[in-house]
Design a protein around this ligand. Structure first.
Ligand code: GLP
Length: 250
Protein backbone atom coordinates (compact mmCIF):
# COMPACT_ATOMS: atom_id res chain seq x y z
CA UNK A 1 0.00 0.00 0.00
CA UNK A 2 1.30 3.50 -0.74
CA UNK A 3 2.29 5.48 2.30
CA UNK A 4 0.31 8.68 2.71
CA UNK A 5 1.71 11.94 4.03
CA UNK A 6 -0.75 11.76 6.92
CA UNK A 7 0.68 8.36 7.97
CA UNK A 8 3.93 10.09 8.96
CA UNK A 9 4.91 11.48 12.36
CA UNK A 10 4.05 15.06 13.25
CA UNK A 11 6.77 17.55 14.12
CA UNK A 12 7.09 21.00 15.64
CA UNK A 13 8.84 23.59 13.48
CA UNK A 14 12.06 25.11 14.71
CA UNK A 15 10.90 28.63 15.54
CA UNK A 16 12.99 31.79 15.49
CA UNK A 17 10.94 34.71 16.75
CA UNK A 18 12.42 38.15 16.15
CA UNK A 19 11.46 41.73 16.95
CA UNK A 20 11.11 43.08 13.45
CA UNK A 21 10.56 42.20 9.81
CA UNK A 22 14.09 43.49 9.10
CA UNK A 23 15.55 40.92 11.48
CA UNK A 24 13.44 38.20 9.83
CA UNK A 25 14.88 39.23 6.44
CA UNK A 26 18.41 39.18 7.76
CA UNK A 27 18.03 35.75 9.41
CA UNK A 28 16.38 34.27 6.31
CA UNK A 29 19.05 35.59 3.93
CA UNK A 30 21.75 34.26 6.27
CA UNK A 31 20.21 30.77 6.18
CA UNK A 32 19.91 30.77 2.40
CA UNK A 33 23.50 31.94 1.97
CA UNK A 34 24.72 29.30 4.44
CA UNK A 35 22.81 26.63 2.55
CA UNK A 36 24.37 27.76 -0.74
CA UNK A 37 27.86 27.93 0.74
CA UNK A 38 27.71 24.45 2.25
CA UNK A 39 25.88 22.49 -0.46
CA UNK A 40 27.27 21.27 -3.77
CA UNK A 41 24.75 22.00 -6.56
CA UNK A 42 22.24 23.79 -4.32
CA UNK A 43 18.59 23.68 -5.41
CA UNK A 44 16.39 26.41 -4.00
CA UNK A 45 12.61 26.52 -4.03
CA UNK A 46 11.54 30.16 -4.24
CA UNK A 47 8.39 32.08 -3.41
CA UNK A 48 6.86 35.35 -4.53
CA UNK A 49 4.68 37.80 -2.60
CA UNK A 50 5.71 40.74 -0.43
CA UNK A 51 7.35 38.75 2.36
CA UNK A 52 10.46 37.54 0.47
CA UNK A 53 11.10 40.85 -1.34
CA UNK A 54 13.62 42.13 1.21
CA UNK A 55 15.27 38.71 1.34
CA UNK A 56 15.88 38.88 -2.40
CA UNK A 57 17.28 42.39 -2.00
CA UNK A 58 19.67 40.99 0.63
CA UNK A 59 20.77 38.22 -1.75
CA UNK A 60 21.38 40.78 -4.48
CA UNK A 61 23.45 42.73 -1.93
CA UNK A 62 25.46 39.57 -1.20
CA UNK A 63 26.13 39.14 -4.92
CA UNK A 64 27.47 42.74 -5.05
CA UNK A 65 29.82 41.81 -2.21
CA UNK A 66 31.13 38.90 -4.32
CA UNK A 67 28.98 35.91 -3.31
CA UNK A 68 28.47 33.62 -6.29
CA UNK A 69 25.19 31.88 -7.15
CA UNK A 70 26.69 30.15 -10.19
CA UNK A 71 26.04 26.67 -8.80
CA UNK A 72 22.43 27.43 -7.82
CA UNK A 73 19.32 26.19 -9.59
CA UNK A 74 15.94 27.49 -8.45
CA UNK A 75 12.32 26.47 -8.88
CA UNK A 76 9.50 28.86 -8.12
CA UNK A 77 6.35 27.66 -6.46
CA UNK A 78 3.76 28.99 -8.85
CA UNK A 79 2.54 31.21 -11.68
CA UNK A 80 -0.76 32.74 -12.75
CA UNK A 81 -2.49 30.94 -15.61
CA UNK A 82 -2.90 33.07 -18.69
CA UNK A 83 0.06 35.39 -18.06
CA UNK A 84 3.06 35.26 -20.37
CA UNK A 85 6.49 35.42 -18.71
CA UNK A 86 6.89 39.03 -19.89
CA UNK A 87 3.62 40.21 -18.30
CA UNK A 88 4.72 42.62 -15.53
CA UNK A 89 2.42 40.97 -12.96
CA UNK A 90 3.68 37.45 -13.75
CA UNK A 91 5.83 35.72 -11.15
CA UNK A 92 8.42 35.15 -13.89
CA UNK A 93 8.75 38.94 -14.28
CA UNK A 94 8.79 39.39 -10.49
CA UNK A 95 11.69 36.95 -10.16
CA UNK A 96 13.71 38.59 -12.94
CA UNK A 97 13.09 42.04 -11.47
CA UNK A 98 13.81 41.19 -7.84
CA UNK A 99 16.54 38.56 -8.10
CA UNK A 100 17.46 36.61 -11.20
CA UNK A 101 18.61 39.53 -13.37
CA UNK A 102 20.93 40.74 -10.59
CA UNK A 103 22.76 37.55 -9.65
CA UNK A 104 24.80 34.94 -11.52
CA UNK A 105 22.32 32.09 -10.89
CA UNK A 106 22.79 28.96 -13.04
CA UNK A 107 19.09 28.59 -13.86
CA UNK A 108 15.89 29.97 -12.38
CA UNK A 109 12.71 28.09 -13.28
CA UNK A 110 9.16 29.41 -13.03
CA UNK A 111 6.31 27.20 -14.27
CA UNK A 112 4.80 28.58 -17.46
CA UNK A 113 1.39 30.22 -17.16
CA UNK A 114 0.63 29.48 -20.81
CA UNK A 115 0.08 26.20 -22.64
CA UNK A 116 -1.17 22.79 -21.62
CA UNK A 117 -1.26 22.83 -17.81
CA UNK A 118 -1.00 19.07 -17.40
CA UNK A 119 2.08 18.82 -19.62
CA UNK A 120 3.70 21.83 -17.91
CA UNK A 121 3.02 20.35 -14.47
CA UNK A 122 4.44 16.93 -15.34
CA UNK A 123 7.48 18.52 -16.92
CA UNK A 124 8.05 20.78 -13.89
CA UNK A 125 8.02 17.80 -11.51
CA UNK A 126 10.50 16.00 -13.83
CA UNK A 127 12.81 19.02 -13.92
CA UNK A 128 12.81 19.26 -10.11
CA UNK A 129 13.61 15.55 -9.85
CA UNK A 130 16.35 15.82 -12.50
CA UNK A 131 17.97 18.64 -10.50
CA UNK A 132 18.15 16.29 -7.50
CA UNK A 133 15.06 17.61 -5.68
CA UNK A 134 14.71 20.86 -3.76
CA UNK A 135 17.20 21.26 -0.93
CA UNK A 136 15.79 24.41 0.66
CA UNK A 137 12.28 25.67 0.00
CA UNK A 138 11.54 29.29 0.88
CA UNK A 139 7.86 29.77 1.72
CA UNK A 140 5.49 32.55 2.62
CA UNK A 141 2.00 31.96 3.89
CA UNK A 142 -1.32 33.37 2.72
CA UNK A 143 -3.72 34.88 5.25
CA UNK A 144 -5.97 31.84 4.77
CA UNK A 145 -3.05 29.46 5.35
CA UNK A 146 -2.30 28.80 1.69
CA UNK A 147 1.20 27.82 0.61
CA UNK A 148 2.23 28.35 -2.99
CA UNK A 149 -1.22 28.63 -4.53
CA UNK A 150 -2.57 25.60 -2.67
CA UNK A 151 -5.83 27.01 -1.39
CA UNK A 152 -7.84 25.60 1.54
CA UNK A 153 -9.13 22.15 0.63
CA UNK A 154 -6.03 21.23 -1.41
CA UNK A 155 -5.16 17.57 -0.87
CA UNK A 156 -1.98 17.00 1.12
CA UNK A 157 -0.82 14.50 -1.52
CA UNK A 158 -1.19 17.03 -4.39
CA UNK A 159 1.64 17.58 -6.88
CA UNK A 160 2.16 20.41 -9.39
CA UNK A 161 -1.15 21.16 -11.10
CA UNK A 162 -3.61 23.79 -12.27
CA UNK A 163 -5.71 25.30 -9.47
CA UNK A 164 -8.52 27.80 -9.02
CA UNK A 165 -7.81 30.85 -6.84
CA UNK A 166 -10.21 31.97 -4.13
CA UNK A 167 -11.61 35.49 -4.30
CA UNK A 168 -9.75 36.30 -1.08
CA UNK A 169 -6.40 35.41 -2.69
CA UNK A 170 -7.27 37.33 -5.83
CA UNK A 171 -8.13 40.37 -3.70
CA UNK A 172 -4.92 40.02 -1.66
CA UNK A 173 -2.84 40.15 -4.87
CA UNK A 174 -4.89 42.82 -6.61
CA UNK A 175 -2.30 45.55 -5.97
CA UNK A 176 0.21 43.74 -8.21
CA UNK A 177 -2.00 44.31 -11.25
CA UNK A 178 -2.57 47.56 -13.13
CA UNK A 179 -5.96 49.18 -12.38
CA UNK A 180 -8.69 47.55 -14.47
CA UNK A 181 -6.69 44.33 -15.05
CA UNK A 182 -8.39 41.48 -13.18
CA UNK A 183 -6.29 39.03 -11.17
CA UNK A 184 -6.41 35.66 -12.99
CA UNK A 185 -8.67 33.12 -11.32
CA UNK A 186 -6.39 30.19 -12.10
CA UNK A 187 -2.77 29.36 -11.43
CA UNK A 188 -0.28 26.55 -11.74
CA UNK A 189 1.37 25.61 -8.45
CA UNK A 190 3.64 23.04 -6.90
CA UNK A 191 1.41 20.76 -4.85
CA UNK A 192 1.58 20.28 -1.11
CA UNK A 193 3.37 16.95 -1.55
CA UNK A 194 5.85 18.65 -3.92
CA UNK A 195 6.59 21.26 -1.24
CA UNK A 196 6.92 18.60 1.46
CA UNK A 197 9.47 16.76 -0.72
CA UNK A 198 11.99 19.57 -0.13
CA UNK A 199 14.69 18.51 2.30
CA UNK A 200 14.32 21.67 4.37
CA UNK A 201 11.59 24.32 4.48
CA UNK A 202 12.15 27.93 5.47
CA UNK A 203 8.81 29.55 6.26
CA UNK A 204 8.66 33.33 6.77
CA UNK A 205 5.76 35.20 8.34
CA UNK A 206 5.64 38.84 9.37
CA UNK A 207 2.91 41.13 10.62
CA UNK A 208 -0.35 40.69 12.52
CA UNK A 209 -2.19 39.70 9.35
CA UNK A 210 -0.36 36.34 9.46
CA UNK A 211 -1.32 35.58 13.08
CA UNK A 212 -4.33 33.41 12.25
CA UNK A 213 -2.49 31.67 9.42
CA UNK A 214 0.28 30.58 11.82
CA UNK A 215 -2.33 29.48 14.35
CA UNK A 216 -4.06 27.22 11.82
CA UNK A 217 -0.68 25.97 10.52
CA UNK A 218 0.84 24.91 13.82
CA UNK A 219 -1.70 25.43 16.61
CA UNK A 220 -4.20 22.74 15.63
CA UNK A 221 -4.20 19.25 14.09
CA UNK A 222 -3.31 19.19 10.39
CA UNK A 223 -6.32 19.59 8.15
CA UNK A 224 -6.66 20.43 4.43
CA UNK A 225 -8.80 23.44 5.42
CA UNK A 226 -5.42 24.99 6.33
CA UNK A 227 -2.88 23.92 3.66
CA UNK A 228 0.12 25.10 5.71
CA UNK A 229 -0.82 22.65 8.48
CA UNK A 230 0.62 19.89 6.24
CA UNK A 231 4.02 21.32 7.22
CA UNK A 232 3.56 19.53 10.56
CA UNK A 233 4.39 16.32 8.66
CA UNK A 234 7.79 17.69 7.62
CA UNK A 235 10.74 17.05 9.99
CA UNK A 236 12.80 20.11 8.99
CA UNK A 237 10.66 23.23 8.97
CA UNK A 238 12.35 26.41 10.15
CA UNK A 239 9.85 29.16 10.88
CA UNK A 240 11.28 32.67 11.11
CA UNK A 241 8.69 35.21 12.16
CA UNK A 242 8.27 38.51 13.93
CA UNK A 243 6.47 38.93 17.25
CA UNK A 244 3.30 40.21 15.62
CA UNK A 245 2.84 37.06 13.53
CA UNK A 246 3.99 34.82 16.38
CA UNK A 247 0.98 35.82 18.49
CA UNK A 248 -0.80 33.08 16.54
CA UNK A 249 1.53 30.48 18.08
CA UNK A 250 0.78 31.32 21.71
C1 GLP B 1 0.73 34.54 -2.75
C2 GLP B 1 1.77 33.50 -3.20
C3 GLP B 1 2.34 32.74 -2.03
C4 GLP B 1 2.69 33.76 -0.94
C5 GLP B 1 1.42 34.32 -0.35
C6 GLP B 1 1.64 35.39 0.71
O1 GLP B 1 -0.56 34.29 -3.18
N1 GLP B 1 1.30 32.55 -4.18
O2 GLP B 1 3.49 32.02 -2.44
O3 GLP B 1 3.41 33.13 0.09
O4 GLP B 1 0.54 34.78 -1.36
O5 GLP B 1 2.07 36.58 0.13
P1 GLP B 1 2.65 37.82 0.94
O6 GLP B 1 4.04 37.46 1.31
O7 GLP B 1 2.56 38.95 -0.01
O8 GLP B 1 1.78 38.00 2.15
Amino acid sequence: MTRRITDGARHRPQITMLDSAEQVTHAAARRILDYIATTPDPVLGLATGRTPLAVYAALVGARRRGVSFAAVTSFNLDEYRGLAADHPASFAAYMRRELVDHIDIRQGHVPSGLGNAEAIATDYECQIAAAGGIGLQLLGIGVNGHIGFNEPGSPFDSRTRKVRLTEATQRANDADFPPGTPVPDEAITMGIATILSARQILLLATGRAKRDALRCAFGVSPDPSCPASALQYHPHVVLICDRAAAEGLA
